[in-house]
Each structure stands twice: as C-alpha cells, then as structure tokens.
Design a protein. Structure first.
Length: 215
C-alpha cells in the first residue's frame, strides 16, 4: 500500500486509541465517542490481522463481538438504533456538477414526488457529508454533519460554513432545533411555505444537531 496512506492510517489508529480516555465531550456524547472508538479499534484489529489462523468458532466469536451492539437484546440502547432518513448530498436539487446530465429528466419530478424530508444546502458538496436518523421513540431527529477536509487535504481542517439545513417533514411538527455538539445552543428556524430552514454554524470536523418534533 502507498507509504503516505499507511502513514496516515497509523496516525489515525493512534488517535482513535486515545479517544476512550478523553472526557472532552459532555454526556451523552462522551459515551457515544468512547463506544464508537472502541468499536473502531475492533475493526482495526480485523483489518490488521484478518482471519488467518482462526477456526470457525473463533470467527463466530469475532463476528458476535463486532455486531453485538445491534442484536435484538441490545438494540434499544444501541447508537445504531433509528431510521436513516437521508445522507450524503442533496441529489434531488441536481446542482452537483457531476450530475448535470440528470437535470433535464429529474428536475421538477424529483422535487414534486420524491423530495427528501431533510437535506443540506451548501456549495461545498464535495466537502460536507451528513446523515440524519429518526429516533421515533424519543421524537427527535439526530443530524450528523462531517467535514471531509482532513481526508481531502491530507490533514488540514479549516473552518468552513455549515450550510443551510432544509426540512419538509410531512406529518411532523418541529418544536425546536438545537446544536448538541461541540456546543449546545438553540438555533433559529425560518419558515417558507412547508419548508423550514436553519442556518447551521461553521464546522471544523463534526457537528451534531437535534431536531425535536411532535407527530
């Protein structure tokens, strides 16, 4: 493998190993980062050592350790719980330069019939990545926004605009939208017809937002 890639991989492993001992984030996010870092360490172990020399029983045990968090008996308290509503970039606006060929066919039809419930409007489509989960039991959406600048630039993580969060949640009445990480604060909501818009704060690496709603 490329020497530069391996160097970055080793640095990433070192950084991940430090996370469980850090208490920078408040609860419940500290617990989230700790558990996910420990999971990544398990994945790293598999990547580094593979399955060579393991018998079937050992492989079954390894598989159970990796996926036990989402087994039925653990699912209720799993961070993997929830329904994914949307992710990546706003395909439906057809504004990404790599998808211009779809514009004549999809524009209008997509926005009318299959428009996403929640999406991120930003000129930095190659940089900002996001995923939104619906925690129906808690009546809230959890929106994760990530900057890919470190990966794209080889380490640098400059601050960039967070973009505009657009919501059109049919059957749900949004009560409030709050930033939950790296700081806590309520955000202003603007309404235009059925669409709600929230201007997100600048992002360095990872921002988390909670969208509270009533059915």
């Amino acid at each position: 493998m490329d020497e530069w890639v391996m160097e970055r991989y080793e640095l990433a492993k070192e950084r991940i190993a430090q996370i469980p001992d850090e208490k920078m984030a408040e609860e419940p996010y500290c617990d989230f980062f700790t558990k996910e870092a420990m999971f990544l360490q398990q994945v790293i172990h598999v990547m580094d050592h593979g399955i060579a020399g393991k018998n079937l029983e050992e492989l079954q045990e390894q598989n159970h350790e990796l996926y036990q968090d989402i087994l039925p008996e653990n699912y209720e308290n799993s961070y993997g719980k929830g329904t994914v509503l949307t992710c990546c970039f706003d395909f439906f606006s057809m504004e990404d330069e790599d998808y211009n060929w779809t514009d004549p066919f999809f524009r209008g039809a997509a926005s009318k019939y299959i428009a996403p419930q929640i999406y991120l409007e930003t000129p930095n489509r190659k940089i900002l990545e996001y995923t939104c989960y619906d925690r129906a039991s808690e009546k809230k959406l959890i929106f994760h926004e990530l900057s890919a600048m470190a990966r794209l630039s080889g380490g640098s993580t400059p601050v960039i605009p967070g973009g505009s969060l657009k919501l059109n949640l049919e059957g749900k009445q949004v009560a409030k939208i709050c930033m939950a990480f790296p700081e806590k604060k309520e955000l202003e909501i603007k309404k235009n017809g059925d669409t709600l818009t929230v201007e997100l704060p600048d992002i360095t690496v990872h921002n988390v937002f909670e969208i509270f709603y009533e059915d």
